[in-house]
Design a protein. Structure first.
Length: 907
């Protein structure tokens, strides 16, 4: 209505429409009319014409009316494109990237070119020799979010070692004390090999705590199972150790055969018959195997008085043949059972052989006992001649082996005499009962056992253990390793070693590696000691970046008469990579040779000397790259020549993300002994050319800053111009009590590893174009996901699925460029209200009414699919977030419940 028509009168028809747009619109109206307006205006003119007003048939079957409708269509088309072009002429309303690029270029802003990705690859090799991976080695990988395979090339030469291709690390360990109940022991496998000790199931071991003490704790055990665990051989026994606490080590002897003392099986009594007389003989089983301390004397030379021995010493040591030997009177004949005088005094005792203390007769003849081998002797010792007492054991070396025939009581048989290196004695306990004596053959040298590996209680995985030899261990010092869990979680860290663990024997064992702190994604439980490994470690890491080296191309002929000569590169897109310290940070992978001399690339020809051999590179709207040279005033003109302009360059941009499932990295070149190539992490850094929407937001700020970093908005504008950055917020904050410029950055999905590079770029910008008064800190922005449930009454005449799509677009669910929750329309820390959500849905065409029944926060997540709403959904009036968060709505977190509209009639 007009001012003259304040009721329900019809608005007067206006054609052509006046062009008026208020400021701040995202789209301007520049049409004087549409098809309907043109047709209405024409028909009105017909009605006003006295000649044509009776032309009342207005259907298109009339040729005249059809012609007029064609004029209206033409007017509609012309005004449509007029409005389109008018919008493309202003930065705020422009939609085409080409238009935006042309507009911002007028003020010196250049849209960022596409950037190639970079990745760390892990090479695995076969064999034993080191392999050199050359710089520029080509690789090819199929990424999940990119249709075509991506070409990569290694950035530098790397020496790879086959033994570091793929391995595992283990948590710290301990060897517990040996105590009652211990049933598993272990020993370094290298010790067994060095001493030629072979252990098998069923072997017997003699365990002794302190072999030098004859009464030490000891036990004979049988091997149940042999296992190899890292550098140690584990020995699991039948039963367990039952002799109390031992400590760290226990001695072990591998046993062979067992023997008894000759005569042990003689009957205690037997009857002898001589003529008509029978005599019952008593068999003595006691034996003296050492001297009493009072019987010991020191022998003297022939010029001095000889030392004195008792007859026991003389009889036992066979010293009766020594001339001029003096000895004391027999002091105790009851303790002399082995000399002839005993038989005289005790005529009913059976004859037994008189043997030196160090000679032991075995109960059987043996042919294969070796001189120098060890014999374990277990027996009872006593102060009394009965020989029954406490149990002792002695390990003695065999000095001599001989065979003879002996009689002990009623037993007469062949025997093997073993002469041991020294007699058996334990103070004044010098008597034994031969029936208690047991001889155990020791097959090999004694060795020490410890407990088996057990995990050590620790929480932080900053010390892990590598299992390998010294040479390989030394190669790990200051080497970058990639850690990959079975679920794909990965991290790359540089490790250091303990140089004291490097031994010349190159032994294989567990050795410590020291690491910086892992992220929260890794815990000590990810590195089990005895269970199946959960983390795979790759040691041959090679840095590579995107780009395929194209064939050297001749761009054309130089002409010294032409200024600003320009040449197009044969293939596109030209590869760029970010290089902190450069302005702009995107550096092309391009080398230009003029007459076989390398010229220098510069960002701009402005303010350069006339004789500088320089050039610039620019991209057009189609993504093609052009090389331009100077005019003799700002940069040197090209010299004349035939095909003297040559380009070496690489192509390929935009790679980022993880490897596509069930695909492998392929080597485009040949390497000797190459097995496989892995991509432990993801490809980062790649980006498509800067979008027009991003340039519309970033360009005004950069232009206003005059290429200086002064205000917080300047930092935000520079950050938004970095490839991969979706949102940025700059604030003044205290970081560790130091005033700092803190920039919260939200990266595109899959780019969380690029924050360090963004911080480097901004720090270099501040050093070159800023005040350098405050440090630059980059914080990671997070999506805070919300859940919305709403009852919606759909208009019956509208298709419900289409209206639902319009609601999603209005709310700006993940993936939408516009809408309430699109990144374009959100700010860090901006809260949202349930009433506004209801209003947005209500304004969608086809919605009769709406009620928001659920509005909650689901929290942060790298992947919103992992967030499940709770069973009970409450409706909050609003949801707030921190200055590092942006509220985001994922498609699956919007639940629209259709309900029937209320009836207009009560009955």
């Amino acid at each position: 209505m007009t001012n003259n028509c304040r009721n329900d009168c019809v608005e007067p028809f206006e054609f052509p429409k006046k062009i008026y747009n208020r400021s701040g619109l995202s789209h301007i109206n520049y049409r004087i009319g549409t098809y309907a307006d043109f047709l209405e205006a024409i028909f009105r003119k017909l009605n006003e014409n006295e000649v044509l007003k009776n032309w009342t048939h207005r259907e298109p079957d009339d040729p005249g009316i059809a012609l007029l409708e064609g004029v209206a269509v033409l007017g509609d088309i012309l005004t449509f494109y007029q409005e389109l072009y008018a919008n493309e002429a202003f930065l705020r309303t422009a939609q085409w990237r080409e238009s935006i690029a042309d507009l911002v270029r007028l003020l010196g802003y250049q849209l960022s070119p596409g950037v190639g990705g970079k990745a760390t690859f892990a090479f695995t090799f076969k064999g034993e020799k080191a392999i050199t991976i050359p710089a520029g080695f080509p690789l090819k990988a199929q990424l999940a979010d990119i249709a075509q395979p991506v070409e990569f090339e290694t950035t530098g030469e790397t020496i790879a070692y086959p033994e570091l291709s793929q391995f595992n690390l283990y948590r710290p360990y301990r060897l517990p004390h040996i105590n009652t109940g211990t049933s598993s022991f272990s020993i370094e496998t290298s010790i067994l090999k060095q001493n030629n000790i072979e252990l098998n199931k069923g072997d017997r071991l003699f365990l002794a705590v302190t072999p030098s003490q004859s009464d030490t704790k000891r036990q004979i055990v049988v091997i149940k199972e042999i296992k190899q665990n890292f550098d140690r051989t584990e020995i699991h026994i039948e039963g367990s150790w039952q002799s109390g606490f031992v400590g760290d080590n226990i001695y072990a002897y591998k046993l062979g055969r067992s023997f008894r003392h000759f005569g042990h099986n003689s009957p205690p009594k037997f009857v002898t018959v001589e003529g008509n007389n029978s005599t019952t003989k008593i068999v003595p089983f006691n034996r003296q195997i050492g001297l009493l301390p009072r019987d010991l004397a020191v022998p003297k030379s022939s010029s001095q008085e000889l030392g004195k021995f008792s007859n026991l010493a003389i009889a036992s040591q066979n010293l009766l043949k020594i001339s001029n030997l003096q000895f004391d009177q027999l002091s105790n004949l009851a303790d002399v059972p082995f000399v002839n005088i005993t038989s005289v005094l005790f005529s009913n005792l059976a004859d037994v052989p008189s043997l030196p203390f160090s000679v032991m007769p075995l109960d059987t003849e043996v042919d294969d006992l070796s001189v120098g081998s060890t014999l374990i002797i277990q027996l009872q010792l006593s102060k009394k001649s009965t020989g029954i007492g406490s149990e002792y054991f002695f390990a003695r070396q065999i000095n001599k082996v001989s065979k003879t025939s002996l009689t002990w009581g009623a037993v007469t048989a062949g025997t093997t005499l073993i002469e041991i290196e020294q007699p058996i004695s334990s103070g004044d306990q010098i008597y034994t009962d031969i029936r208690t004596i047991e001889f155990l053959e020791v097959i090999c040298k004694s060795f020490q056992l410890q407990s088996v590996y057990q995990k050590k209680d620790t929480k932080i995985p900053n010390e892990l253990f590598y299992f390998g030899n010294s040479q390989t261990y030394a190669k790990l010092n200051q080497r970058s390793l990639s850690f990959v869990k079975t679920d794909g979680t990965h991290e790359t860290l540089t490790v250091s070693i303990d140089k004291n663990q490097i031994k010349p024997d190159n032994s294989v064992k567990l050795r410590p590696l020291y690491l910086p702190n892992f992220s929260e994604k890794f815990t000590i439980e990810d590195f089990p000691l005895l269970d199946k490994p959960k983390v795979t470690v790759y040691g041959n890491l090679v840095e590579a970046n995107q780009g395929k080296t194209e064939k050297e191309a001749v761009l054309g002929n130089g002409d010294s008469r032409q200024k600003f000569q320009t040449f197009k590169l044969p293939k596109s897109p030209l590869t760029y990579h970010n290089l902190p310290g450069e302005t702009p940070p995107e550096i092309p992978e391009l080398q230009i040779y003029v007459n076989n001399r390398l010229w220098k690339r510069v960002p701009t020809l402005f303010n350069h000397k006339p004789d500088e051999e320089i050039y610039i590179v620019r991209e057009d709207a189609n993504g093609d790259s052009w090389v331009q040279f100077g005019n003799g005033k700002t940069g040197k003109q090209l010299p004349s020549g035939i095909k003297n302009i040559v380009a070496k360059y690489r192509t390929g941009i935009g790679a980022y993300g993880q490897l596509k499932p069930e695909t492998k990295v392929q080597a485009s070149g040949r390497l000797d002994k190459l097995d496989k190539i892995y991509l432990p992490g993801i490809v980062t850094g790649g980006a498509e050319p800067e979008s027009g929407e991003n340039a519309k937001e970033a360009a005004p700020g950069k232009i206003q800053s005059l290429d200086r970093l002064v205000s917080l908005q300047d930092f935000e504008s520079e950050t938004l111009a970095i490839p991969g950055v979706s949102k940025a917020l700059a604030t003044w904050e205290l970081v560790d009590n130091i005033p700092s410029v803190v920039i919260t950055v939200l990266m595109e999905t899959g780019r969380t590893q690029e924050f360090a590079e963004v911080e480097k770029i901004l720090s270099n910008f501040d050093r070159c174009r800023g005040s350098q008064r405050f440090p630059i800190k980059v914080k990671e922005g997070k999506h805070k996901y919300i859940y919305i449930a709403a009852n919606v009454a759909f208009a019956p005449t509208y298709r419900q699925e289409l209206v639902s799509k319009f609601i999603q677009a209005a709310l700006g669910v993940t993936g939408e460029n516009n809408g309430l929750f699109s990144l374009k329309n959100r700010r860090f820390g901006q809260k949202e209200y349930a009433t506004r959500i209801a209003g947005i849905i209500q304004n969608v065409e086809g919605v009769l009414w709406v009620e928001v029944t659920g509005f909650i926060s689901l929290g942060e997540a790298n992947d919103p699919v992992q967030l499940d709403p709770p069973g009970l959904i409450q409706s909050n009036s609003n949801i707030a977030c921190t200055t590092q968060q942006i509220l985001t709505l994922y498609t699956e977190h919007l639940k629209l419940s259709p309900i029937s509209p209320p009836s207009s009639k009560p009955c």
